[in-house]
Design a protein around this ligand. Structure first.
Ligand code: ZN
Length: 325
């Protein structure tokens, strides 16, 4: 199975039909979270376009062109990514030089622009002229995580394709293949769609440390241990330097409560931490308490986004925890 078939089977069907029906558009905007297979689909379409046996609308994977693309040797596939913080006008000018060359040669060309939201205004404006008059055999794919960050003039000239988040089972399998350890697959796939990011997190010492600390903190809270309040200052705050880290800490806490709630409903297979199920059972708690704490944590996450100071948020979580009946 290809990455595209696994991650986005509906989109694969959509584009197979577009290719066999000769309805493939010249400019697409692919929008979706990291790891949802945007790049893989754009390359897959490129392969189908170049394939010598392309009548089925799918790449054969065997012919010379398919093999060249798999080896990263397909010269008619041109991709642009940010040079530092942005995609600069010179990069788009180069791309346009290729467009006009291919128009002269009459050859098929596929262009992929990664993180298209990082185009500078002048780069985007330079691209507009292409979008107004694309060549017959040129296909352009703009990839982005948030389409609202793309200039409306560009957006309106592209067909927008939305990439759904991956199904949990698909993601777990992709993570397993990427070498993520069984113990971390559940929690990491709850945190991200992107297996490269998951791999980074798994190897990250900070992540290992916070995971352990949150587990201790969670146990204190469920047991209404007064130490939970002190833990915020002595254990958690010293390792929570950035807002994203505080959010991660709250997410990890949330997963424990959610797992406990699933278990209280006899829904064990839905738990993120499968290896902790025994420990959860030993903790014992009422579902009313669990839902209330989940709500409090979600409020805490909102407060972080509103720039409320982290220590206050974590401490008030403990105080609320002590007062839930
Ligand atoms: Zn082929």
């Amino acid at each position: 199975m290809t990455e595209v078939e696994k991650k986005q089977p509906e989109l694969e069907r959509l584009f197979t039909n577009a290719i066999t029906g000769k309805r493939l558009g010249h400019a697409y905007l692919f929008e979706g979270a990291r790891g949802t297979g945007k790049r893989a689909l754009a390359e897959w379409i490129a392969q189908a376009v170049f394939c010598e046996n392309g009548e089925t609308g799918k790449p054969c994977g065997q012919c010379r062109n398919c093999r060249r693309l798999n080896e990263g040797n397909q010269l008619d596939l041109i991709s642009v990514e940010p040079d530092g913080q942005s995609i600069k006008v010179d990069q788009i000018r180069q791309l346009k030089a290729e467009f006009s060359k291919s128009a002269v040669e009459g050859s098929k060309k596929v262009y992929i622009i990664e993180q298209a939201e990082k185009m500078t205004i002048s780069a985007a404006n330079s691209l507009l002229t292409f979008l107004e008059e694309p060549g017959i055999d040129t296909y352009l794919f703009l990839l982005t995580t948030v389409k609202e960050n793309i200039l409306p003039t560009i957006r309106s000239r592209c067909q927008i394709i939305h990439f759904q988040p991956l199904k949990p089972k698909v993601m777990a399998e992709a993570f397993r293949e990427a070498g993520i350890s069984e113990q971390n697959i559940g929690v990491l796939s709850a945190l991200t769609n992107d297996y490269e990011e998951a791999k980074r997190l798994e190897e990250d010492e900070w992540f290992q440390e916070i995971k352990g600390k949150v587990w201790t903190w969670f146990n204190q809270m469920v047991n209404r241990n007064p130490l939970a309040f002190i833990t915020v200052q002595t254990d958690l705050m010293p390792v929570l330097k950035e807002r994203a880290q505080v959010t991660m800490c709250l997410d990890l806490l949330l997963f424990h409560y959610r797992d406990m709630l699933y278990i209280s409903f006899g829904h064990e297979q839905a738990a993120v931490h499968q290896h902790l199920i025994k420990a959860y059972h030993a903790l014992q708690s009422e579902s009313r308490y669990l839902t209330q704490q989940i709500e409090n944590i979600l409020d805490g996450k909102k407060a972080i986004q509103a720039n409320v100071q982290a220590q206050g948020i974590l401490e008030s979580l403990v105080i609320k925890n002590q007062t839930i009946k």
